[in-house]
Design a protein around this ligand. Sequence first.
Ligand code: NAP
Length: 246
Amino acid sequence: MLNGKVALVTGAGRGIGRAIAKALAKEGAFVVVNYNGSQDKAKETVDLIEKAGGKAEIYGCNVADFAACGEMVKALIAQHGHIDILVNNAGITKDNLLMKMSEEDFDKVINTNLKGCFNTMKHLSRQFLKQRSGKIINISSVTGIMGNAGQANYCASKAGIIGLTKSAARELGSRGINVNAVAPGFIETEMTGILPESIKEKMKEQILLGRTGGAEEVADVVAFLASEKAAYITGQVISVDGGMAV
Ligand code: NAP
């Protein structure tokens, strides 16, 4: 289904990003596994993909670095001739109550989660416009829709991603480029693994399906949005949250 396509997935060494990279590769795409700090994990993702018969490579780049993202996009286009799918998955948390949150922690989260999406989209949009095709899928969050105490920086970044997604969809739609966001709920990864049990239990109470989600359940929706089956979907925020935000 994605044979011949090149996909760039940011933060694909672990967690949801790894599951997305595997899902896209399974559909036939060549996957560029972007990482920042975890080169070994990124190599592991490539190994897993190759063992399953897929194709992938690693590329290290901090998505918060505007110039570095430009270099990454340039290098990938020079190497592959085209990029067809961009998944902005890289994200961090630096939780604290608003009153106690440092300016540095606010900036770090916004720069990685929100500006990181802008950085890759800005540099890739010219190529997508030239190709008159492209799929952009940004990973937002249920918290970008609902808000969450102790996560003002994170929720602002994830709500910002929704505005960025809708604006880009409006700008790029006439050239056959689809831009959508996926808003996962409570997914079991390292990011949520550090939460205290009491918070986890409280969050689970809000999930209509009564359970947490798996990274693969998010990845399947991303793979669908990256495919031609989703050709008539753009500017949308698809929740994958077990009904948490209903
Ligand atoms: P995770 O396990 O903590 O993984 C985060 C990923 O982001 C890592 O691969 C990390 O790569 C990458 N990353 C962080 N900073 C980066 C940077 N500056 N440049 C490039 N890559 C960077 O988190 P996750 O749960 O899989 O989350 C993935 C995405 O889903 C995030 O955007 C998160 O906000 C979103 N999300 C998660 C949940 C959830 O419940 N887990 C819910 C809603 C939304 P390195 O290790 O190489 O730095």
